[in-house]
Design a protein around this ligand. Structure first.
Ligand SMILES: NC(=O)c1ccc[n+]([C@@H]2O[C@H](COP(=O)([O-])OP(=O)(O)OC[C@H]3O[C@@H](n4cnc5c(N)ncnc54)[C@H](O)[C@@H]3O)[C@@H](O)[C@H]2O)c1
Length: 124
């Protein structure tokens, strides 16, 4: 078996949850357009996989949020609660940075930024 890993792990997890029946999905990214595009791809995946009509597809909404910013995370979680109600059942913590250029002079800045993204993930 060959497994090819590419970017967008969070989106792939959410596709799998949506196809498995999750009804309310919140896509968060630092860059809102990325989150918006992911919502469309998740809906397309459900439509193709299950062949269900538009109104039976999970509700998928996008939020722009930098997960290293505690205040933004709080506000976003409150917004999501107001939109969907209830509590968050599953959190897919897949925000991150992949450093392809580890020889660059920016390596320590990149590692530090990468760790800060993961640490808020652990605290949150
Ligand atoms: N793809 C792989 O094969 C693989 C394997 C092992 C681990 N990982 C790790 O998993 C994580 C996700 O990988 P990916 O391949 O999905 O990367 P990706 O770059 O496709 O997606 C990561 C997303 O996180 C977003 N992001 C970055 N900083 C953010 C922040 N502060 N707040 C909110 N969103 C932010 C980016 O905009 C991007 O859309 C990375 O930390 C990566 O190192 C990936």
């Amino acid at each position: 078996m060959t497994l090819l890993m590419k970017g967008g792990l969070g989106k792939e997890f959410l596709k799998a949850f949506a196809i498995s029946g999750a009804r309310s999905l919140a896509v968060i990214d630092r860059d809102l357009p990325i989150a918006v595009q992911a919502c469309g791809e998740i809906r397309d995946a459900v439509r193709q996989e299950l062949g269900v009509p538009e109104d039976e597809i999970s509700e998928v909404n996008a939020w722009g949020c930098d997960v290293t910013n505690t205040d933004e995370v709080r506000r976003t979680v409150e917004d999501i609660g107001a939109k969907f109600g209830g509590s968050i059942d599953i959190l897919v913590a897949a925000a991150g940075m992949i450093s392809k250029d580890l020889d660059s002079s920016q390596v320590f800045v990149r590692i530090s930024r990468s760790l800060s993204i993961r640490s808020i993930t652990l605290r949150g």
